[in-house]
Design a binder for this molecule. Sequence first.
Ligand code: NAD
Length: 365
Amino acid sequence: MNTTRTYRITLLPGDGIGPEIMQVAVSVLQRIGQQYNLQFEFQEALIGGIAIDATGEPLPGESLAACLQSDAVLLAAIGGYKWDDLPRAQRPETGLLGLRAGLGLFANLRPATILPHLIEASSLKREVVEGVDIMVVRELTGGIYFGQPKGVFALETGEKRGVNTMAYTESEIDRIGRVAFETARKRQGRLCSVDKANVLDVSQLWRDRITALATSYSDVELSHLYVDNAAMQLVRWPRQFDTIVTGNLFGDILSDAAAMLTGSIGMLPSASLGESGPGVFEPVHGSAPDIAGQDKANPLAQVLSVAMMLRYGLDQPEAASRVEQSVLTVLDWGYRTGDIMSEAMKPVGCQEMGEVLLKALEEFN
Ligand code: NAD
């Protein structure tokens, strides 16, 4: 008989719909734990607006400490109208940045998968998006968002000049490159690196390092695209992509464009990973304050974040596939929350979607 693996998971439900969708995710994890002999020790911590209300800070030290001591962090969403006018240091978003910095999360993985059930939700034609399954690996802690010098400086003429610097060191490129090659390996084995090497020196270094890394991953097929062409190809023929790796700025834009191919924000998970230590797994969407507390939230992005946690954070690919399969099954059965509702489907709230997911998990016994 298999021995039980125990994982310590820090839960950060946050604000708005966060607690509702987190509840569904936890019930799925508990069930999958029974099925795969995995034991999850959950500890809940504060982040975002709820943390500001309780402690005055968006990421209290004890929350970060709890995350650092865990095997993985499952985050729901933060933010809301109530905290929108606070100074930047006390805003809920500052808690997220602190979490990324505190855990050294330099790699952001965002899948854009078209589910056959939701194809009509895409703004592109069926024949263009059918079968799309892309993973965007974005560098998260370097590039133009962090490079020095940065700021707005006065020139001698009195005119102001705004400056940001796009900079990457070889080691920063190598570590995101390795995550991307490893990710491509777990998928279809094709990696497209996106840069602007025809114009930017920093991109030429990026291209040279990624090309050099490829010799250690002979099972992965590497290609390169300039970012303008990549944007065009994403909407022209997205099926050509498997895994994409790119820097912070280009990744910010391309991951949102790729996400929109799927047309449904309530379905998109993400993972942020560091060198070692726990990763953070969370839906792409925000705290949806407009529907919070009304049992209207779609919990599926949160549940798919659980699947990413199992696959990329805890190395439990079979359990991950089962969670993903349960999402497909409830969609097959016709259950839909309001955001993905279409004619002749069965409308459910967040809680009921959780209940049918548990039934779907039983389907494979
Ligand atoms: P949002 O993603 O919260 O909501 C956008 C729209 O999508 C809303 O109409 C909302 O009802 C809907 N929506 C989002 N998730 C849904 C779900 N699971 N099920 C059904 N409908 C869903 O973005 P926003 O309105 O721009 O931001 C609201 C708050 O969330 C802000 O305070 C913002 O700063 C914060 N935010 C947080 C994160 C995060 O936690 N990572 C990300 C984005 C925005």
